[in-house]
Design a protein around this ligand. Structure first.
Ligand code: HDE
Length: 727
């Protein structure tokens, strides 16, 4: 019997671990062995010629351990290197049989296991979560009929229309090749040089410069399949389909200044947020949405369904919510699961098919190719996280790290020696049969003229934004282009922006201290791809018929819940326990998380002598890591906080980032020491929540209800108007 070394109260949950796949290893109550199963007697001293002598080459235990260590790293993903993932389940609400024969979309009683990986695109594996960037939203459905990967993003369009440009785009956004600067940032010359020559990017640029690119949480982002796919039913009838994920907590973002601060204070902010929410049992959820278009309507739109720089506005084709995704289990091992998971847009199941979107078509090649180099060979599908739950039978054999032990002599088809096995499946037996799309065309290296309107939807996005969102877009462009050193790149960008909206271009230009050029020399030149049609680079005069789309503005998102929001409670010795506890309980009952932050760790003593545990000191906490802040009363606590520069900075910063702030009336003095003291509300009962989201009230009950409403609003962007900057 191996020794029973585990301490009582150990955090290891044996039951949970044992319920996992047979590939899960845990060493609880086990002897240590080599990789070949030999028990190890001493893992801390190498084999030497005498205690002070040289190490012997014979030491196979030392060599095995070091060799394995030397090979621990694999190439990181070329894009989407930084990511976090979770396990979960998907359930359809009602059968979609009418549109698709995919079984996992037919049975509302069935739970399909999923693994979802969120990521940033540009940065390396160790880069910050809060970069201004697109987020990956990749879902692997382990269906009974094989794996379906929906490898999407949190933005519904893309930078380019043709896959052949992808290496250029990625080279441009990655750190510059001479000095490898900057990390995880698009604010540099090569990115904007490329974009300024790529008018088709303008719609995507609107999204990436909006707050969508700095989410509050992975749990508060939408997801999109981007391309138009096809649903195919058992009568072989097809419908075009766009896929959506709608977060039940709404779509929320942080402020750009805040994002930059978080990147220093907690670069793992999103990773930690996802992990903690799942550990706390606050399982993130999304509804699965589809926009369905009959084949006959393919040419009905003002844009081409095959163009990945276009959305189908929800006002034109509504999103039907057809199922729910719940993430309910953190991975056990980051490398084995999150790092080794291999997504591929080409992993589809019967009932889901592709369109000729040229970006999608290129992706269909890229994903397997990239796994070959990243995971080292053709057997990556055998890694536990990538295995389908449905059985695999074929004549593929051998290769690096083959796990399967195939029996028998026949590894070819057709065969008689193996009884003709494995058999091909007819469509009615679940065999994947590609949709029989009619194609009659010339071989050609050219873009379809239906792809050449690059500005209407960029304008639609801009027009649909609220005033604060428009201001953020202007600020983001000023920031990004302000970091560009080459003036001609700034000018070309202003020219492109003026094709979206003159007001936008001139606002950005004002911040850059230059004017918007009417014409840009050499704009259409050899650096624009050979397929460029000069007409495509002229402003499109024809307005799309839709001027605004409510779904495009985050101002219209869900704002009725504070579930999982993190609220800081600033306190010191002498705090009034009654007001602290009541507010804490009220916030908790609404599903929020509260943390007491004090000048020191350990405990503080309340006015009435009770001990109050402290979660963080001002040294390890910062307002940017919380959604809102509350200051309870208590004479000594108030006096200490008023004199504590970190507490005042905390409040100033929370105000600057437009967060809800509340204080007991007896803690007003603390807020009086902030830069927003002149804006504090009177304690006037019911109306104490100003549009500015600061609540001060002596009635704890009223304070709580007003504070909860304010937190649910997420941010009070109108505060930004006078552009006040805290100390
Ligand atoms: Fe990807 N993309 N991509 N991409 N992509 C990769 O595959 C590629 C594109 C997306 O969490 C790579 O395994 C090309 C659009 C996500 O593991 C690579 C093109 C969308 C992830 C690759 C695109 C995406 C990737 C790198 C242009 C949104 C991370 C590592 C034709 C719909 C998946 C890897 C994960 C990853 C190629 C464009 C989403 C190199 C060639 C558009 C979420 O194969």
């Amino acid at each position: 019997m191996p020794p029973k070394k585990t301490k009582k109260g150990s955090s290891l949950n044996t039951e949970k671990i044992q319920s996992l796949s047979p590939h899960t290893e845990q060493s609880l109550n086990e002897f240590m062995t080599t990789n070949h199963g030999v028990r190890i007697n001493d893992d801390q001293n190498s084999l030497k010629a005498g205690t002070r002598g040289g190490t012997l080459l014979e030491d196979f235990i030392l060599r095995e351990k070091i060799t394995h260590f030397d090979h621990e790293r694999i190439p990181e993903r070329i894009v989407h290197a930084r990511g976090s993932a979770a396990h979960g389940v998907f359930k359809v609400y009602e059968s979609m049989e009418k549109y698709t024969k995919a079984k996992f979309l037919q049975d509302p009683t069935k739970e399909t296991p999923v693994f979802v990986r969120f990521s940033t695109v540009a940065g390396s594996r160790g880069s910050t979560d809060l970069a201004r960037d697109v987020r990956g939203f990749a879902v692997k459905f382990y269906t009974e009929e094989g794996n379906f990967d929906l490898v999407g993003n949190n933005i519904p369009v893309f930078f380019i229309q043709d896959a052949i440009k992808f290496p250029d785009l990625v080279h441009a956004v990655k750190p510059e090749p001479d000095n490898e600067i900057p990390q995880a940032a698009s604010a540099h010359d090569t990115f904007w040089d490329f974009i300024s020559l790529m008018p088709e990017s303008m719609h995507m640029i609107m999204w990436v410069m909006s707050d969508r690119a700095i989410p509050r949480s992975y749990r508060m982002m939408e997801g999109f399949g981007v391309h138009t796919f096809r649903f195919v039913n058992d009568k072989n009838q097809a419908h075009f389909v766009k896929f959506h994920w709608k977060p039940l907590l709404g779509v929320h973002s942080v402020a750009w200044d805040e994002a930059q601060n978080i990147s220093g204070k907690d670069p793992d902010f999103h990773r930690r947020d996802l992990w903690e929410a799942i550990e706390n049992g606050d399982f993130p959820e999304w509804e699965f949405g589809v926009q369905i278009v009959p084949e006959k309507d393919e040419h009905k739109f003002e844009f081409d369904l095959l163009d990945p720089t276009k959305i189908i506005p929800e006002e034109i084709v509504p999103v039907q919510r057809i199922g729910r995704l719940t993430l309910n289990r953190n991975p056990d091992n980051f490398f084995a699961e999150t790092e080794q998971v291999a997504f591929h847009v080409g992993h589809v199941v019967s009932g889901i098919d592709f369109t000729n979107d040229p970006l999608l078509q290129g992706r269909l090649f890229s994903y397997t190719d990239t796994q070959l180099i990243r995971l080292g060979g053709p057997n990556f599908h055998e890694i536990p996280i990538n295995r389908p739950i449905s059985p695999v039978h074929n004549n593929q054999r051998d290769g690096h790290m083959r796990q399967t032990i195939n029996k028998g002599k026949s590894s070819y088809n057709p065969n008689t020696l193996g009884g003709g096995c494995p058999f091909q499946a007819k469509a009615m037996e679940g065999g994947f049969a590609s949709f029989t799309e009619r194609i009659d065309a010339k071989k050609i290296r050219e873009r379809s003229p239906s792809f050449l309107d690059h500005f209407s939807q960029a304008r639609l996005f801009y027009n649909s934004q609220s005033e604060p969102e428009k201001n953020h877009l202007v600020d983001a462009l000023r920031f990004e282009l302000g970091k560009v050193e080459t003036v001609s790149i700034r000018e070309r960008m202003l020219f492109l922006l003026s094709n979206v909206d003159n007001g936008l271009a001139s606002e950005v230009a004002r911040g850059l201290g230059i004017s918007v050029p009417k014409k840009v020399d050499g704009f259409v030149n050899q650096s624009i791809p050979a397929d460029a049609n000069p007409k495509a680079y002229q402003p499109i005069k024809k307005e799309g018929t839709l001027h605004k789309s409510a779904a495009l503005s985050m101002a219209n998102t869900i704002k009725d819940t504070i579930r999982t929001r993190k609220i800081a409670i600033l306190a010191a010795d002498g705090v009034n326990l009654d007001s602290l506890k009541k507010v804490q309980a009220a916030l908790k009952s609404e599903g929020a998380i509260t943390e007491v932050i004090a000048p020191h760790l350990g405990v503080i003593e309340s006015e009435s002598g009770e001990e109050v545990p402290v979660k963080r000191s001002f040294l390890t906490a910062a307002s940017v890591l919380y959604d809102a802040v509350y200051v309870p009363g208590g004479t000594n606590s108030v006096a200490s906080l008023k004199a504590e520069a970190n507490a005042i900075h905390f409040l100033n910063e929370a105000f600057k980032h437009c967060k809800a702030i509340a204080a007991d009336e007896s803690a007003r003095e603390v807020l009086d020491a902030t830069y927003f003291a002149s804006k504090l509300p009177e304690d006037d009962g019911d109306d104490a929540v100003l549009s500015e989201g600061v609540v001060i009230n002596s009635n704890v009950k009223k304070l709580c209800s007003q504070f909860v409403k304010a937190i649910a609003t997420h941010r009070f962007w109108e505060r930004e108007k006078p552009r006040q900057v805290p100390a």
